[in-house]
Design a binder for this molecule. Structure first.
Ligand code: AMP
Length: 409
């Protein structure tokens, strides 16, 4: 399949060439013709699939370039995602002449108001700041023809839905709606049925791709030894460009500090840090000044960083969906990548859920020469690959399939 067959105008094809894309990704192949035809589209796709260009390219073909109030609006949960979408949209708009602006919270209003006053065709926004600017009369939403709800599942998780509903009420009812979500929970489906008009659903294999492309392993370790093991793994395997996930913001800071003390340059990125701190951490990672970026799920979700060689789950993610998202940060664009999960005894239940979801057992590994304490549990390598969902009454980690206190060397 080539971009030439999707119905895009020559100036958009020029943009595609300038961005260095040679072939459309599956979500682009499916979604672009539908968006061009004016259909409402539900895209079941995670970041890394090329979904941004899948909506930006056809959308900019459909909207005017008059630069007054926005004709297209993209609502997305985090500042980082907003900035990434704006970057793709700007690259495309260089060839079409559309004005693109981004607004998000946590920074001053003035530059955003100034940008809006200059005129905008496509506005990318996080929900809260968009509503604030609308209340102040700095942006008008009555000319929006195309709406994109990006990462709808995450917006629901983050409690943004009341804001998004308010935004929907400000838009003209006659409009095209595009909704992208990595997962299709019942909440997302409810949103789809109440917001979209006769939508076509397109999806790209949500969880199969990462599982196949990424080498995944589990390192059973006592909770107290995780930092030591992480340092050893990074130093001895000479890991470069590592994205480490922690459960909490506090732990992200702590891990970054411990790594720094051991001579491993690391930056932390999470919701308690200011926008400039977050951008600074991202830039220093992108430019290779630090080897390790330590992040929490909400912030890391959707960050577009190339060439991540390793994802380390310092803490196991809460849900199988988060696991798939996290490891999806590596092995992008056909490159190889690895994902390590440091597994404390209390995290085994969650590992089972993840294995059920991805349909395979993750290999347990030991780091040679690491002095493991006894408070770890090594999963039994013969445990079943795919189980039925756990009974809600099963408890603890004593169940079938695990050996307590085993030292494997
Ligand atoms: P996204 O899923 O939109 O975050 O895109 C993930 C990454 O894929 C970004 O770095 C894009 O620049 C890149 N990308 C998107 N579409 C293509 C394509 N057709 N060919 C090559 N790279 C692409």
């Amino acid at each position: 399949m080539s971009f030439d067959n999707l119905g895009l105008e020559p100036r958009l094809l020029q943009a595609v060439v300038a961005m260095g894309y040679t072939r459309p990704t599956p979500i682009q192949t499916e979604a672009i013709p539908l968006v061009l035809a004016g259909r409402d589209v539900v895209g079941c796709a995670q970041t890394g699939t090329g979904k941004t260009a899948a909506f930006v390219l056809p959308m900019l073909q459909r909207i005017r370039t008059e630069g007054r109030a926005p004709s297209a609006l993209v609502v997305t949960p985090t500042r980082e995602l907003a900035v990434q979408i704006e970057e793709v949209a700007r690259d495309v708009a260089k060839h079409t002449g559309h004005r693109v602006t981004v607004v998000y919270g946590g920074v001053g209003y003035e530059p955003q108001i100034k940008a809006l006053r200059k005129g905008v065709d496509l506005l990318v926004a996080t929900p809260g700041r968009l509503l604030d600017l609308h209340k102040r009369g700095d942006v008008h939403l009555n000319r929006v023809e195309v709406l994109v709800l990006d990462e709808a599942d995450r917006m629901l998780d983050m409690g943004f839905w009341p804001d998004v509903r308010r935004i929907l009420n400000l838009l003209p009812p006659e409009r095209q709606n595009l909704l992208f979500s990595a997962t299709m929970s019942t909440d997302v489906l409810r949103v789809i049925s109440s917001t979209l008009h006769d939508p076509v659903q397109v999806s790209v294999t949500p969880s199969a791709t990462p599982v196949e492309a990424i080498q995944q392993s589990v390192y059973p370790v006592g909770g107290q030894q995780k930092a030591d093991l992480l340092i050893k793994l990074i130093a001895e395997h000479k890991l470069d460009r590592v994205l480490v996930f922690t459960r909490t913001k506090h732990r992200a800071d702590r891990v970054a500090k411990v790594l720094g003390r051991h001579g491993i340059n690391a930056a932390a990125i999470h919701g308690n840090r200011s926008q400039s701190q977050r951008q600074g951490a991202l830039d220093s990672f992108k430019q290779g000044r630090c080897r390790v970026l330590v992040a929490t799920d909400i912030v890391a979700r959707g960050i577009d960083i190339d060439d991540i060689s390793h994802v380390v789950n310092y803490d196991i993610p809460n849900t199988p969906e988060d696991y798939v998202h996290r490891i999806g940060r590596t092995a992008r664009a056909g490159k190889s990548g690895s994902a390590f999960t440091l597994l404390a005894p209390e995290e085994h239940e969650t590992l089972r859920d993840i294995e059920t979801k991805i349909g395979s057992v993750l290999e347990s590994r030991d780091h040679d020469g690491f002095d493991y304490s006894h408070d770890r549990i090594v999963p039994n390598p013969e445990r079943e690959a795919v189980r039925k969902p756990r009974s809600v009454f099963s408890s603890g980690i004593k169940g079938r399939g695990y050996r307590r206190g085993t030292r494997r060397r």
